[in-house]
Design a protein around this ligand. Sequence first.
Ligand code: HEC
Length: 156
Amino acid sequence: MKKIYVLVMCLIATTVMAADIDERKVLSLNEMQRHHILTEMNALLLGTQQILQALSEEDMMAVARHARMLGMAMAHTGENHLRSVLPEDFMQLGMSVHQSFDQIAADAETLKNPKHTLGQLSTTLQRCVTCHTTYQIRTTDLPAEAEAQPAHHKHH
Ligand code: HEC
């Protein structure tokens, strides 16, 4: 067992070292924008976990409830100020994820078929993977400093 584990760790280490430069497309954002996106990301992860939990209990109404929270309603809460700074492809991929969760919610209510929902979740998670392999965030100091620091913060 231990030997296999060490072997796997070596393989992972080699893979990571082979790709030592992050070549994903850069999203240049300030700290607030980065924080906003990562907060949404963690909500997506949490929501996905809650959907899986509900699925394991075959509670399709709870599946629908959790999925809907990740739907287009979530996209409308404050993504507008990011729209101008994010590439069109990125926005579209993000929107398609929110739309999928709405579809998952609708189907969970009408079809009540856990296996169907699992398939939809898998397809949706592929979009998470696609975006993560395509983009990375780098923070730019200047706009973040200017926006995030009200005058009185100078005397702390
Ligand atoms: C449209 C693009 C896009 C989609 C779709 C997307 N993400 Fe992300 N996600 C990102 C980016 C960009 C980062 C930051 C990665 C980096 O800079 O290394 C990120 C980071 C994260 C993080 C790390 C958060 C942190 O606090 O560091 C989690 C967790 C995450 N995403 C979950 C998900 C899940 C789950 C899905 C699908 C349900 C998803 N994401 C879909 C773009 C996306």
